[in-house]
Ligand binder design. Structure first.
Ligand code: NI
Ligand code: MN
Length: 227
């Protein structure tokens, strides 16, 4: 199965298989680096890692237009359905997984926070481990480095934040690559605004020199395939 992964800037990714299009952490209309607007986004499933505006911002709008189901923790699903009128949700929580038509989604630990934009409690922040056919894709989303990341050893793709300040920075993300030893690694959550500006090419060079993982550095709007 070929999987097309497109970076939509910041923490937002499109993951497309023959079975479904997944949209992770939609932040498009107000993102300075997003290559598309929310009304152009495609989705059968929308995954939301935590409640911060730069991850949940366009989830309801896109869900209402496309009819996509939103996959998020219980609290965010409740908020999206009660406050934003989202019809289809798949509530879950850390350590749990669900079988979806395209594969399995597991919500993984993240060390971060998760307040929703209106101040509502957003539950625990998470990441996602996707099993799509034979492939395993780990999206760490917003998190600090933590030892249990070793659990994801050998995934086909790891997507890690490198922006620093609010999440892991380049040095911690490099340690994560050493721990996870993924086949491919892609950086996220950097260069959206000056406080999280990073030299991604220096980071990719360090990944090539110090790990066996292949870094995939793309610009917002660009894709790569995992097959
Ligand atoms: Ni966050
Ligand atoms: Mn964030």
């Amino acid at each position: 199965m070929s999987i097309t992964v497109t970076w939509l800037g910041h923490g937002c990714w499109s993951i497309k298989t023959e079975a479904a299009t997944l949209l992770l952490d939609p932040f498009l209309d107000d993102s300075p680096t997003a290559p598309i607007k929310a009304d152009q986004a495609e989705a059968d499933f929308i995954l939301v890692s935590h409640g911060h505006f730069d991850h949940v911002a366009d989830a309801a709008k896109i869900a209402l237009r496309t009819g996509a189901a939103v996959v998020a923790n219980f609290e965010i699903c409740e908020w999206l359905s009660k406050q934003q009128g989202v019809q289809k949700t798949e509530p879950m929580n850390l350590g749990g997984g669900i079988a979806a038509p395209f594969g399995r989604i597991e919500m993984t630990l993240a060390h971060h926070s998760s307040q929703l934009p209106d101040g509502a409690y957003g539950g625990n922040p998470g990441g996602f481990l996707l099993t799509l056919g034979e492939k395993r894709l780990y999206f760490a989303c917003d998190t600090a480095l933590f030892d249990e990341m070793a659990r994801f050893q050998g995934v086909d793709l790891a997507v890690l934040p490198i922006g620093d300040r609010f999440t892991m920075g380049p040095a911690a993300a490099l340690q994560a690559v050493q721990m996870i030893a993924p086949k491919f690694v892609a950086p996220a959550h950097y260069n959206t605004w000056p406080p999280i500006a990073q030299d991604v090419h220096a980071w990719a060079k360090a990944v090539r020199q110090q790990t066996d993982a292949a870094p995939l550095v793309v610009q917002p709007g660009e894709s790569f395939n995992i097959d």
